[in-house]
Design a protein around this ligand. Structure first.
Ligand code: FAD
Length: 473
């Protein structure tokens, strides 16, 4: 028996056949990333169903010298959950998916890492509370993955990133030690807040096994509007006026341009456009509140004033929740429609709010000049300065040519971004896809601290090897 077969036998013996997948056909959905652009390799996929079983798996991997790639719903967009070889295993958290406690009185819940976000949100809703994290992948992504990527989504401008919604964590460290940091305390200033290290670490420092989350009052009123404007600059000006005028109750503010609406139609051919799809720019905005407040009157008054001032070209306020969901379907359909076009450059950048319009204008001009054959889609959570500026090669472009176009487009967009003091990762993380661009922009002091933290918590560099940082030679 060769060394690989021996390792497999030890994994199955110690963890049980039901918790270890070894056949390629069974493993494929854990090996391929969500867009299907890359397929990795692994010795096995481990599926522990308790924290103790995760710890046991981690200790066994240490004995066998195996790297570990933790995995949640595998919806990440940075290749961070894609294993790189037969000297690695995937540890999937999908079977660790219980709600341990729901405490409406504490405005808190403790849930296991493998809880699918949508399922978790429904359970919180049933307890008459609200968990505001919301993103297009919520039917598949898991709370442990959300923590590990510090996911953003559509409600960040009101409720913050995942980091702002976390009270405590339980983590299996790289040596198999279980750290119980599952506090539901809202204020706890006892020294360094260790949970912050694991939030956004993309599985490079340990495996999150459970999460204490913050709950909020359930919004009783939600109002959604789609507004057409003459330019992206006007969308951002509208945002600046809308925040104070709408009592700072805006929970989502999304930019879309006409090409984005066309992508949505590609994905959903029956999609109804409630206003003409060829205005230069659109804002999709949502207000939420609970308690005795007439949210609709606030939104109507704001939009009427804008109409009278001539700043808004057209608009529709959803008359029902179903109409609101239809408006959001346009936003979701944009991603789906782009996915149908095959390989393309997806960016996830942020710039200061005051520079969003200038960035999009300059980037659009530069891409049109250098790559006139490509389509662009610029949209995003612009209330947070977050833009997805995507570049799509012509239909049918071969893989090698598409990769070359994507590389050129990326260097153009990032060069402009550097001048705008922006970030190459507003919310998706670094993973493997952005590692080179991330590390070359690190300041020496920042690189030194990141390496020191990694070295201290994972001295063998076995947790998600090759993601975020490479081990210094
Ligand atoms: C259609 C679509 C829309 C999206 N929209 C948004 C958006 O609006 N905002 C946003 O921020 N992201 C978005 N994403 C990206 C993605 O959904 C998020 O990054 C999400 O948080 C990933 O969760 P996951 O469970 O799928 O994690 P995975 O993809 O499985 O893993 C992501 C990273 O976290 C690590 N990891 C996963 N679970 C654990 C764990 N328990 N412990 C330690 N490490 C772990 C993995 O190793 C990997 O490095 C979108 C993705 C898609 C496909």
């Amino acid at each position: 028996m060769d060394a690989t077969a021996q390792k497999l036998e030890r994994l199955v013996d110690r963890l049980g056949a039901g918790a270890v997948l070894t056949e390629h056909g069974d493993m494929i959905r854990y090996l391929r990333d969500w867009p299907g652009d890359v397929e990795g390799r692994a010795l096995a996929v481990l599926r522990p169903d308790t924290t103790q079983a995760v710890a046991q798996a981690v200790r066994l991997c240490a004995e066998l010298g195996l790297g570990i790639v933790p995995q949640g719903g595998n919806t990440g967009l940075t290749e961070a959950g894609t294993p790189q070889g037969r000297d690695q295993v995937v540890i999937s958290l999908e079977r660790l998916n219980r709600i341990r406690s729901m405490s409406p009185d504490d405005f808190a819940a403790v849930v296991e890492a493998g809880c699918v976000l949508e399922t978790l949100k429904a359970a919180v809703d049933a307890a008459d509370r609200y968990f505001p994290l919301a993103l297009g992948a919520q039917g598949s992504c898991q709370i442990g993955g959300n923590v590990s990527t510090n996911a953003g989504g559509i409600n960040v401008l009101r409720y913050g990133m995942t980091r702002d919604l976390i009270l405590g964590l339980e983590v299996v460290l790289a040596d198999g030690t279980i750290w119980d940091g599952l506090s539901v305390l809202r204020k706890d200033n006892r020294g360094i807040d260790l949970k912050q290290l694991f939030i956004g670490a993309e599985g490079t420092l340990g495996i999150v096994t459970a999460v204490a989350i913050k709950l909020l009052p359930r919004p009783e009123h939600v109002e959604t509007a789609l507004v057409a404007l003459p330019s992206v600059g006007d969308v951002m000006a509208l945002y600046r006026r809308a925040r104070p005028a709408c009592c700072d109750l805006i929970s989502a503010f999304e930019l879309m341009r006409p090409e984005a609406l066309a992508f949505a139609r590609d994905a959903y051919p029956d999609l109804a456009y409630p206003i003409p799809p060829d205005y230069p720019a659109y804002a999709l905005m949502e207000l939420t509140a609970s308690g005795p407040i007439d949210l609709r009157a606030i939104l109507d008054a704001f939009l009427e004033a804008e109409m009278e001032a001539g700043t808004v070209l057209d608009g529709v306020v959803a008359a029902s929740r179903q109409q609101a969901l239809n408006l959001w379907k346009i936003r979701e359909g944009m991603n789906e429609g782009q996915a149908l076009r095959g390989m393309h450059l997806r960016t996830d950048i942020s710039v200061p709010l005051s520079r969003v319009a200038d960035y999009i204008a300059e980037a659009s001009e530069a891409i049109a000049a250098a790559l006139p054959q490509c389509d662009c889609a610029a949209y995003g959570h612009v209330g947070d300065g977050n833009i997805h500026f995507n570049v799509l090669p012509p239909r049918g472009t071969e893989r090698a040519a598409a990769l070359a176009i994507m590389a050129e487009a990326k260097s153009i967009l990032y060069a402009i971004l550097d001048r705008f003091d922006g970030s190459i990762s507003a919310e998706h993380g670094i993973g493997r896809a952005k590692k080179a661009d991330f590390t070359k922009r690190l300041e020496p002091a920042q690189a030194g601290m990141l390496i020191a933290i990694k070295q201290a918590l994972d001295p063998q560099w076995r947790m998600n090897p090759g993601s975020q940082l490479d081990r210094p030679q």
